[in-house]
Ligand binder design. Sequence first.
Ligand SMILES: CC(C)(COP(=O)(O)OP(=O)(O)OC[C@H]1O[C@@H](n2cnc3c(N)ncnc32)[C@H](O)[C@@H]1OP(=O)(O)O)[C@@H](O)C(=O)NCCC(=O)NCCS
Length: 201
Amino acid sequence: MGSGFFFSPGLSLKFVSGGRNLRIGSVGAKDQGRISEGLTRMSPESIRNRFLGSKSGFTPTELKELTELDGNTHYAIGVEDIEADRGVAVIRLARSREDSEQAEVAITVIDGYQKLGLGTVLLSLLILAASERGLARLSFTFLPTNEGIQKLVRKFGPPELGQSSRETQQWVLTLGQVNLVSLKARLATFLPEIGRFHLET
Ligand SMILES: CC(C)(COP(=O)(O)OP(=O)(O)OC[C@H]1O[C@@H](n2cnc3c(N)ncnc32)[C@H](O)[C@@H]1OP(=O)(O)O)[C@@H](O)C(=O)NCCC(=O)NCCS
Protein backbone atom coordinates (compact mmCIF):
# COMPACT_ATOMS: atom_id res chain seq x y z
CA MET A 1 0.00 0.00 0.00
CA GLY A 2 1.27 3.45 -0.80
CA SER A 3 1.92 5.53 2.29
CA GLY A 4 -0.86 8.00 3.07
CA PHE A 5 -2.80 7.06 -0.07
CA PHE A 6 -5.64 5.25 1.66
CA PHE A 7 -8.88 7.06 0.76
CA SER A 8 -7.10 10.18 -0.38
CA PRO A 9 -9.50 12.96 -1.48
CA GLY A 10 -11.51 11.88 -4.49
CA LEU A 11 -11.42 8.16 -3.76
CA SER A 12 -14.61 6.65 -2.39
CA LEU A 13 -16.50 3.38 -2.19
CA LYS A 14 -20.21 2.77 -2.68
CA PHE A 15 -21.98 -0.03 -0.85
CA VAL A 16 -25.39 -1.06 0.42
CA SER A 17 -26.16 -1.52 4.13
CA GLY A 18 -29.57 -1.97 5.73
CA GLY A 19 -31.11 -1.38 2.26
CA ARG A 20 -29.46 2.04 1.97
CA ASN A 21 -27.00 3.17 -0.67
CA LEU A 22 -23.98 4.54 1.15
CA ARG A 23 -20.66 6.04 0.15
CA ILE A 24 -17.43 5.95 2.16
CA GLY A 25 -14.55 8.36 1.67
CA SER A 26 -12.05 10.56 3.47
CA VAL A 27 -13.30 13.61 5.38
CA GLY A 28 -12.14 17.08 4.37
CA ALA A 29 -12.96 20.80 4.61
CA LYS A 30 -15.96 20.25 2.29
CA ASP A 31 -17.70 18.28 5.07
CA GLN A 32 -18.18 21.03 7.68
CA GLY A 33 -21.91 21.41 6.93
CA ARG A 34 -22.49 17.65 7.11
CA ILE A 35 -20.70 17.33 10.44
CA SER A 36 -22.74 20.21 11.93
CA GLU A 37 -25.98 18.87 10.55
CA GLY A 38 -25.19 15.32 11.71
CA LEU A 39 -24.98 16.49 15.33
CA THR A 40 -28.59 17.67 15.15
CA ARG A 41 -29.69 14.13 14.26
CA MET A 42 -27.92 12.38 17.16
CA SER A 43 -29.83 11.27 20.26
CA PRO A 44 -28.74 12.75 23.62
CA GLU A 45 -27.36 9.33 24.56
CA SER A 46 -25.22 9.07 21.42
CA ILE A 47 -23.98 12.64 21.94
CA ARG A 48 -23.05 11.85 25.54
CA ASN A 49 -21.28 8.66 24.46
CA ARG A 50 -19.34 10.40 21.71
CA PHE A 51 -18.44 13.64 23.48
CA LEU A 52 -18.45 12.32 27.07
CA GLY A 53 -20.96 15.04 27.91
CA SER A 54 -23.48 17.30 26.23
CA LYS A 55 -22.88 19.10 22.92
CA SER A 56 -25.34 21.38 21.14
CA GLY A 57 -23.11 22.66 18.32
CA PHE A 58 -19.56 23.15 17.09
CA THR A 59 -17.57 26.38 17.15
CA PRO A 60 -15.85 27.42 13.88
CA THR A 61 -12.52 26.32 15.43
CA GLU A 62 -13.91 22.89 16.34
CA LEU A 63 -15.32 22.46 12.84
CA LYS A 64 -11.92 23.26 11.35
CA GLU A 65 -10.28 20.75 13.68
CA LEU A 66 -12.82 18.09 12.71
CA THR A 67 -12.51 18.58 8.96
CA GLU A 68 -9.19 20.21 8.02
CA LEU A 69 -7.01 17.15 8.46
CA ASP A 70 -3.46 16.52 7.29
CA GLY A 71 -4.25 12.85 6.56
CA ASN A 72 -1.41 11.61 8.76
CA THR A 73 -1.58 12.90 12.34
CA HIS A 74 -5.29 13.58 11.87
CA TYR A 75 -7.36 11.49 9.52
CA ALA A 76 -11.07 10.68 9.23
CA ILE A 77 -13.29 8.44 7.13
CA GLY A 78 -16.94 9.41 6.64
CA VAL A 79 -20.06 7.67 5.37
CA GLU A 80 -22.88 9.42 3.53
CA ASP A 81 -26.34 8.22 2.62
CA ILE A 82 -26.46 8.89 -1.11
CA GLU A 83 -30.25 9.25 -1.51
CA ALA A 84 -30.73 11.27 1.69
CA ASP A 85 -27.65 13.34 0.73
CA ARG A 86 -26.36 13.55 4.28
CA GLY A 87 -23.58 12.25 6.49
CA VAL A 88 -24.38 9.23 8.65
CA ALA A 89 -21.11 8.14 10.25
CA VAL A 90 -17.53 9.21 10.81
CA ILE A 91 -14.45 7.67 12.39
CA ARG A 92 -11.31 9.64 13.12
CA LEU A 93 -7.83 9.22 14.51
CA ALA A 94 -5.56 11.75 16.19
CA ARG A 95 -1.94 10.73 16.70
CA SER A 96 -0.71 11.14 20.26
CA ARG A 97 1.77 13.99 20.83
CA GLU A 98 3.61 11.92 23.45
CA ASP A 99 3.69 8.63 21.53
CA SER A 100 3.78 8.89 17.74
CA GLU A 101 2.90 5.18 17.35
CA GLN A 102 -0.43 5.61 19.15
CA ALA A 103 -3.59 7.43 18.06
CA GLU A 104 -6.88 8.16 19.80
CA VAL A 105 -9.97 7.05 17.88
CA ALA A 106 -13.44 8.61 17.98
CA ILE A 107 -16.41 7.18 16.11
CA THR A 108 -19.98 8.28 15.51
CA VAL A 109 -22.71 6.34 13.77
CA ILE A 110 -25.91 8.40 13.67
CA ASP A 111 -28.92 6.87 15.42
CA GLY A 112 -31.02 4.97 12.90
CA TYR A 113 -27.85 3.68 11.18
CA GLN A 114 -26.47 1.94 14.28
CA LYS A 115 -26.26 -1.85 14.65
CA LEU A 116 -26.12 -2.35 10.89
CA GLY A 117 -22.41 -3.18 10.84
CA LEU A 118 -21.24 0.32 9.90
CA GLY A 119 -19.09 0.69 13.01
CA THR A 120 -17.39 -2.61 12.22
CA VAL A 121 -16.68 -1.59 8.63
CA LEU A 122 -15.36 1.82 9.68
CA LEU A 123 -13.10 0.49 12.41
CA SER A 124 -11.79 -2.18 10.00
CA LEU A 125 -10.95 0.52 7.45
CA LEU A 126 -9.40 2.77 10.09
CA ILE A 127 -7.20 -0.06 11.35
CA LEU A 128 -5.91 -0.57 7.81
CA ALA A 129 -5.36 3.18 7.38
CA ALA A 130 -3.63 3.34 10.79
CA SER A 131 -1.31 0.51 9.91
CA GLU A 132 -0.54 2.23 6.59
CA ARG A 133 0.47 5.30 8.64
CA GLY A 134 2.88 3.34 10.86
CA LEU A 135 0.67 3.37 13.94
CA ALA A 136 1.03 0.45 16.37
CA ARG A 137 -1.80 1.14 18.81
CA LEU A 138 -5.26 2.71 18.82
CA SER A 139 -6.85 4.05 21.98
CA PHE A 140 -10.56 4.55 22.71
CA THR A 141 -11.92 6.69 25.55
CA PHE A 142 -15.53 6.05 26.54
CA LEU A 143 -18.10 6.15 29.31
CA PRO A 144 -18.14 2.85 31.24
CA THR A 145 -21.86 2.50 30.41
CA ASN A 146 -21.16 2.54 26.64
CA GLU A 147 -21.69 -1.11 25.69
CA GLY A 148 -21.66 -0.49 21.93
CA ILE A 149 -18.06 0.74 21.71
CA GLN A 150 -16.83 -2.01 24.03
CA LYS A 151 -18.45 -4.69 21.86
CA LEU A 152 -17.11 -3.06 18.71
CA VAL A 153 -13.50 -2.82 19.90
CA ARG A 154 -13.47 -6.36 21.28
CA LYS A 155 -14.32 -7.67 17.80
CA PHE A 156 -10.73 -6.79 16.80
CA GLY A 157 -8.92 -8.36 19.74
CA PRO A 158 -8.61 -8.08 23.49
CA PRO A 159 -7.82 -4.47 24.46
CA GLU A 160 -5.53 -3.40 27.29
CA LEU A 161 -6.70 -0.97 29.93
CA GLY A 162 -5.27 2.51 29.38
CA GLN A 163 -5.72 5.69 31.43
CA SER A 164 -8.99 5.47 33.28
CA SER A 165 -10.85 7.56 35.81
CA ARG A 166 -14.15 7.23 37.65
CA GLU A 167 -15.92 8.93 34.72
CA THR A 168 -14.16 7.48 31.68
CA GLN A 169 -12.28 4.40 30.60
CA GLN A 170 -9.56 4.07 27.99
CA TRP A 171 -8.80 0.92 26.06
CA VAL A 172 -5.73 0.39 23.91
CA LEU A 173 -5.86 -1.99 20.96
CA THR A 174 -2.52 -3.26 19.68
CA LEU A 175 -2.63 -3.50 15.90
CA GLY A 176 -0.01 -6.26 15.80
CA GLN A 177 -2.61 -8.68 17.15
CA VAL A 178 -5.09 -7.89 14.35
CA ASN A 179 -4.88 -10.21 11.36
CA LEU A 180 -4.89 -7.61 8.57
CA VAL A 181 -5.12 -10.23 5.81
CA SER A 182 -8.34 -11.73 7.15
CA LEU A 183 -9.63 -8.23 7.93
CA LYS A 184 -9.24 -7.29 4.27
CA ALA A 185 -10.80 -10.57 3.17
CA ARG A 186 -13.86 -9.93 5.39
CA LEU A 187 -14.16 -6.37 4.12
CA ALA A 188 -13.96 -7.54 0.53
CA THR A 189 -17.09 -9.66 0.95
CA PHE A 190 -18.94 -6.63 2.32
CA LEU A 191 -17.41 -4.04 0.02
CA PRO A 192 -16.77 -5.88 -3.26
CA GLU A 193 -14.98 -2.87 -4.75
CA ILE A 194 -12.35 -2.91 -2.01
CA GLY A 195 -9.65 -4.40 -4.22
CA ARG A 196 -9.53 -1.23 -6.27
CA PHE A 197 -8.60 0.88 -3.30
CA HIS A 198 -5.06 -0.17 -2.46
CA LEU A 199 -6.10 -2.68 0.13
CA GLU A 200 -4.16 -5.53 -1.45
CA THR A 201 -1.42 -7.07 0.68
C1 LIG B 1 -20.62 2.59 19.31
C2 LIG B 1 -21.03 2.74 17.84
C3 LIG B 1 -19.92 3.41 17.07
C4 LIG B 1 -21.27 1.33 17.26
O1 LIG B 1 -21.55 1.49 15.88
P1 LIG B 1 -22.48 0.46 15.08
O2 LIG B 1 -22.52 0.84 13.66
O3 LIG B 1 -23.77 0.33 15.81
O4 LIG B 1 -21.62 -0.89 15.28
P2 LIG B 1 -21.90 -2.30 14.57
O5 LIG B 1 -23.25 -2.33 13.98
O6 LIG B 1 -20.75 -2.60 13.69
O7 LIG B 1 -21.90 -3.26 15.84
C5 LIG B 1 -20.70 -3.79 16.41
C6 LIG B 1 -21.09 -4.72 17.55
O8 LIG B 1 -21.53 -3.94 18.67
C7 LIG B 1 -22.87 -4.29 19.03
N1 LIG B 1 -23.54 -3.05 19.44
C8 LIG B 1 -23.66 -1.90 18.74
N2 LIG B 1 -24.31 -1.00 19.46
C9 LIG B 1 -24.61 -1.57 20.64
C10 LIG B 1 -25.27 -1.12 21.82
N3 LIG B 1 -25.79 0.12 21.91
N4 LIG B 1 -25.38 -1.98 22.86
C11 LIG B 1 -24.87 -3.22 22.80
N5 LIG B 1 -24.21 -3.71 21.70
C12 LIG B 1 -24.11 -2.89 20.65
C13 LIG B 1 -23.47 -4.89 17.79
O9 LIG B 1 -24.54 -5.75 18.09
C14 LIG B 1 -22.26 -5.62 17.20
O10 LIG B 1 -22.03 -6.84 17.84
P3 LIG B 1 -22.07 -8.22 16.98
O11 LIG B 1 -21.12 -8.03 15.84
O12 LIG B 1 -21.67 -9.25 17.96
O13 LIG B 1 -23.48 -8.35 16.50
C15 LIG B 1 -22.36 3.53 17.72
O14 LIG B 1 -23.34 2.97 18.56
C16 LIG B 1 -22.22 5.02 18.03
O15 LIG B 1 -21.82 5.82 17.20
N6 LIG B 1 -22.58 5.40 19.28
C17 LIG B 1 -22.55 6.83 19.69
C18 LIG B 1 -21.14 7.41 19.77
C19 LIG B 1 -20.19 6.54 20.53
O16 LIG B 1 -20.54 5.84 21.47
N7 LIG B 1 -18.91 6.57 20.13
C20 LIG B 1 -17.86 5.80 20.80
C21 LIG B 1 -17.05 6.62 21.74
S1 LIG B 1 -15.82 7.51 20.85
